[in-house]
Structure formats: structure tokens, C-alpha cells
Ligand binder design. Structure first.
Ligand code: ADP
Length: 215
């Protein structure tokens, strides 16, 4: 199995690249952001607590993340690899993952850091639209639409995420710098880290990532 972690600030394109990779190579796409949003959608008490945390741009508690992750990873035995999109988010999560899963087929092979500066990331986040059905990601300022406010792939309506506003973005970016960015050194020491520069051309970024994982 080839298992890949993406480390990137909000808006860098880790969701887009993860989806492209999972489709192209039939890998299991594990987005902890999606897992927490699915939990919110169930309307459970835990979901309500998570909603509050997310709306402030803070990180969800590690125990909850590992609970959700565990369920999702049970589906991984058929996959050729796993793509972690938004996990781990801090050093504790990275170490805990290595302890629980690191000794078997689920150990990490590549860590891809997508580098983006703050202004560019903010422009992307404030314009981001997500398909309510297939999850395709667009930008209302940069992309052209066949049918306004509808997905070019499946024609379903496009939504904005509640945390994609200026204030919450600022907090999410700070959390990235403080809690997630230290992971770069953690994986560099293990010789697993590769950095690619974010670009408006998602195909270019994809090709670069492909050349890394093909070795
Ligand atoms: P982005 O990277 O654009 O902020 P995500 O969908 O990855 O978007 O995450 C959205 C929110 O979900 C985060 O701001 C955080 O509150 C929560 N979240 C996602 N993944 C994790 C994680 N591994 N640990 C803690 N919180 C997480």
C-alpha cells in the first residue's frame, strides 16, 4: 500500500489534489474535515459540539478525530493506498497514528506539503464553492460555470462552507502555523517530506505530486 499525507494551510488545494489522486489511483480518500462535517450532519450531541469548535476555526479534540478515523480506516483493506487529507493536524496526532497504525500496511510512505502564502490562500477560501453532491471544488471568481451556481460535473447546486469567511480563515491559518506546521520537521527527520508549490493550475500540481509518488 502507498499511504500519503497532505500537509497544507487551508486553501492550498489539499482537498482537490487528494480527490484527483484517489480517483486516478483508486486510493481511499480520508478527509478528517469531511468526517467531522458528516458527524455534524447526523445532528448528534457530539456533532453539535464539533460545529461550535469548527465555526471558531479551532481543532477538534484528538480523541474524537481518532474515533472517526478508526471507523473510516476499517474500509481501507480493499484500497491500494490511503490519502490523508487534513490529518494529522498536530504532533500528538502524528505520534499517536504512528503508534497505533505505523507498524503495519498503514505506515506512511510520502508526506506532501503544499506551500501557499496567506493572501493567496485567503482569496481561494473566500471564493470557494463546493458541490453539494459530488464534492467538486470551485472558485466563484476564477472558474467558469456552464450553469451559474451549479456543478460543471453533475449540475447539482454549489454550497459555501460556514467556516469559509474572513475571520474564521484567519484563525484557521494561525492554527496551521502553530499546530500543523511543526509536522514538517517531524516528517523531514523521517525522510518522508516533499514540498510542492501551490499553483492556480491544479493539473501542474497534480503532475508534480504524481512524479513524487511514482518515485
Ligand atoms: P481546511 O484545511 O480548509 O481548514 P478541513 O476540511 O480539513 O479544512 O477542516 C475543517 C475543520 O475541521 C478544521 O478547521 C478543524 O476544525 C476540523 N478538523 C479537520 N481535521 C482535523 C484534525 N485532524 N484534527 C482536528 N480538527 C480537525
Amino acid at each position: 500500500m502507498k499511504n500519503i499525507i497532505f500537509i497544507a494551510a487551508p486553501g492550498a488545494g489539499k482537498g482537490t489534489q487528494s480527490m484527483m489522486l484517489s480517483e486516478r489511483y483508486n486510493y481511499l480518500h480520508v478527509s478528517t474535515g469531511d468526517l467531522v462535517r458528516e458527524e455534524i450532519a447526523t445532528g448528534s450531541e457530539r456533532g453539535l459540539a464539533i460545529k461550535e469548535i469548527i465555526s471558531h476555526g479551532s481543532l477538534v479534540n484528538d480523541d474524537i478525530i481518532f474515533d472517526l478515523l478508526d471507523v473510516k480506516l476499517k474500509a481501507s483493506n480493499q484500497a491500494k493506498g490511503i490519502i490523508f487529507d487534513g490529518f494529522p493536524r498536530n504532533l500528538e496526532q502524528a505520534k499517536r497514528y504512528d503508534q497505533i497504525y505505523g507498524k503495519n500496511e498503514m505506515d506512511i510512505d510520502y508526506v506532501i506539503h503544499i506551500d501557499i502564502d496567506k493572501d493567496e490562500a485567503m482569496k481561494r477560501i473566500l471564493g470557494r464553492l463546493i458541490c453539494s453532491k459530488c464534492g467538486s471544488i470551485y472558485n466563484e471568481y476564477y472558474d467558469k460555470f456552464n450553469n451559474q451556481n451549479h456543478c460543471n460535473s453533475c449540475d447539482s447546486t454549489l454550497d459555501k462552507r460556514v467556516d469559509d469567511n474572513e475571520v474564521t480563515f484567519g484563525r484557521r491559518f494561525d492554527v496551521y502555523l502553530e499546530e500543523t506546521k511543526p509536522l514538517i520537521d517531524y516528517y523531514k527527520e523521517q525522510n518522508l517530506l516533499y514540498t510542492v508549490k501551490a499553483s492556480d493550475n491544479k493539473e501542474d500540481v497534480f503532475k508534480e505530486i504524481e512524479s513524487i509518488i511514482k518515485g
